[in-house]
Design a protein around this ligand. Structure first.
Ligand code: ZN
Length: 222
């Protein structure tokens, strides 16, 4: 599969999984000094490989009409040379919890702990703005999964498959937290287990991150 075909498949997958609506979301894949990114202004279930845009890491649009959110992708690639793919979606459970002020920093699911770590909420900026790109880029120095306040979520990874899997995991853990809160009980992992889980990152080809058990939240409010 070419990079452009991979992008088309990934954005279609996000739509079919209900992680974006028809007009939302964007996906990019870096290759050398350029990255390929979904086009803006098209239905996300019908993107054609020929419509996939190409942007240089210098910020120059080389081909096509990139998603209006391309600055966010650019700022992440500039700051994180290890990142090969960036996925941006608008997952409902993640956004509902964030809207209610409930962060995704509770260690409740093993895979979410080592794949996502403690997920920060990036302060609101207008979508597609340089300010949003700068804030998300800055947060990406310490994190591979971000929530954009009152807007959406971003995952970044060493491959498009992994960045997509991280987005699904983020929505999955948010749904489990939502349902647990509704049941009135949430059981957290133990600190020693969280430290051991973070140690698994290398085995899965993930770059080491600076998270420790203390970066997670250990008491549920309210
Ligand atoms: Zn968005």
């Amino acid at each position: 599969m070419t990079e452009k075909e991979e992008i088309v498949e990934a954005i279609g997958h996000l739509y079919r999984r209900g992680l974006i609506t028809l007009s939302e979301g964007n996906v990019s894949l870096r290759k050398g000094e350029v990255f390929y990114i979904t086009p803006g202004g098209t239905r996300k279930d019908r993107v054609r490989p020929s419509e996939v845009a190409e942007v240089s890491l210098g910020g120059e649009i080389l081909r096509g009409r990139p998603s209006s959110e391309y600055l966010l992708h650019l700022e992440i690639y500039r700051r994180r040379p290890d990142v090969v793919a960036v996925v941006h979606a608008h997952p409902s459970f993640v956004l509902s919890l964030a809207s209610a002020g409930i962060p995704l920093r509770y260690p409740i699911l093993a895979e979410a702990v080592f794949l996502l770590g403690p997920v920060p909420i990036v302060e609101f900026s207008l979508p597609s703005s340089q300010e949003l790109a700068d804030r998300a880029g800055k947060a990406s120095l310490r994190h591979d999964a971000l929530i954009l306040q009152n807007h959406g979520a971003v995952t970044l990874g060493p491959s498009l498959d992994l960045a997509l899997a991280m987005m699904e995991t983020m929505e999955h853990v948010a749904e489990v937290l939502w349902r647990s809160l509704n049941l009135g009980r949430v059981s957290l992992l133990e600190e020693a287990e969280v430290e051991r889980l973070l140690g698994l990152r290398k085995k899965y080809g993930l770059s080491p991150r600076p998270w420790r058990a203390e970066d997670f939240l250990w008491t549920l409010e309210g």
